[in-house]
Ligand binder design. Structure first.
Ligand code: ADP
Length: 351
């Protein structure tokens, strides 16, 4: 759908540059649902004299092509808001894309999605690392079967480097390697900030195509410190159908979109979208309603990346230290589609 809209809009030419608005990068965002299509146009200049005309042309083209759909064309001006550069991005120097995986609340499957996406990207031939920054429930060591790993420190070119764990070709550094589950939450916060800084700036990642950062759930001070230290290229939001309507998800999106943060949101993944009992493989039970995440995405100008049902192999995979993408072909397919969309948005858009 998105590509079709782009092809359609390539007919609109900016009178000043003489180039079409698609190749000129004026389309910041496209979101389409069954009954609503949203296009965000961003003009580099504030008060571009042709903005109104181009908007009208885009509206007319979309309305002609999608007569049943409600069309919303949003005009933004003045280029992307400036983004404060992290203080020290040396360790992310050899990492092409850092993707933050976030959620409004805990328990929605953010860590499970992170681990499975990591394997899906690896299966596509990318070099992948996982930075588990979820100080409230660091579960990546368990998901990758490396609980109890003690990171070594080594000297490299005069600097201290921490050696990440490695499992299934994925490099993994987790806050769980540094804090004990019995540490009081109060202490965790304070200790975690320092440990996170170290993990961000001193891990020996080597060259990576993608680093997936599993953020703590919600929005808070800890997120601000991570955003300030780690150069995040894009964010993916994970939600369950039950949580989607809750304000925490909106807050999460707003956190990334805040002009002082300015991290693009690649889209939303709906986890636990439906349940299929083993004895009724063709039935889908939408326990918490259907289509909510898709609707939320369209209403908020966010892309919908895909849905993952409740599946036993996913739960077992995380318990046994082998993400289900590696063992269940159905799960592999769902995640490959989502990973493909993320690659499209990051690598191909140069973000
Ligand atoms: P979060 O990181 O959001 O706190 P987790 O990834 O730890 O959540 O997931 C919470 C629990 O739900 C885990 O036991 C996990 O195995 C299970 N789980 C997550 N996604 C699915 C799914 N699609 N199907 C079955 N179980 C799932």
């Amino acid at each position: 759908m998105e590509n079709e809209i782009k092809r359609l809009l390539a007919a609109v030419v900016h009178p000043e540059t003489g180039r079409d608005i698609v190749s000129d990068g004026l389309i910041e965002h496209i979101a389409s649902a069954a009954d609503k299509t949203t296009v965000v146009l961003r003009f580099a200049k504030a008060r571009d004299p042709f903005a109104g005309k181009i908007r009208k042309q885009v509206e007319t083209l979309l309305q002609e092509r999608f007569p049943q759909s409600q069309i919303l064309v949003v005009v933004k001006e003045g280029g992307q808001p400036p983004r404060p550069e992290p203080k020290d991005s040396t360790t992310t120097g050899a990492i092409a894309h850092v993707i933050a995986i976030a959620s409004g609340k805990g328990g929605v499957g953010k860590s499970t999605v992170t681990a499975n996406l990591a394997i899906a990207l690896r299966n596509m031939g990318f070099r992948v690392g996982v930075l588990d920054a979820d100080i409230y429930g660091p579960s990546q060591p368990k998901m990758f079967g490396v609980e109890g790993y003690l990171p070594d420190a080594v000297q490299e070119e005069g600097a201290d480097r921490i050696v990440p764990a490695e499992s299934m070709d994925i490099k993994l550094m987790s806050i769980g390697f540094f804090i004990k589950p019995t540490d009081a939450l109060l202490w965790r916060g304070a200790m975690a900030v320092n440990a996170l800084k170290q993990m961000i700036h001193q891990t020996r990642w080597g060259t990576l195509d993608f680093l997936l950062a599993d953020l703590p759930p919600g929005t808070g001070d800890i997120h601000l410190s991570i955003i300030g230290e780690l150069k995040i290229n894009t964010a993916v939001i994970v939600s369950t159908p039950q949580q989607i309507a809750v304000a925490d998800v909106v807050r999460g999106v707003e956190m990334f979109r805040n002009p002082n943060v300015g991290i693009p949101v690649a889209g939303i993944v709906e986890n636990m979208a439906w349940f299929t009992p083993q004895e009724l493989p063709d039935s889908r039970y939408y326990l918490f309603g259907k289509g909510g995440a898709r609707k939320f995405a369209a209403e908020n100008g966010i892309d919908f990346l895909g849905e993952i049902p409740i599946v036993q192999s996913i739960m077992e995979g995380s318990d046994e230290g082998r993400p289900a993408v590696g063992i269940d072909a159905r799960v592999e397919k769902w995640y490959r589609d989502i990973a493909g969309k993320i690659v499209e948005k990051t690598v191909k858009n140069g973000r």
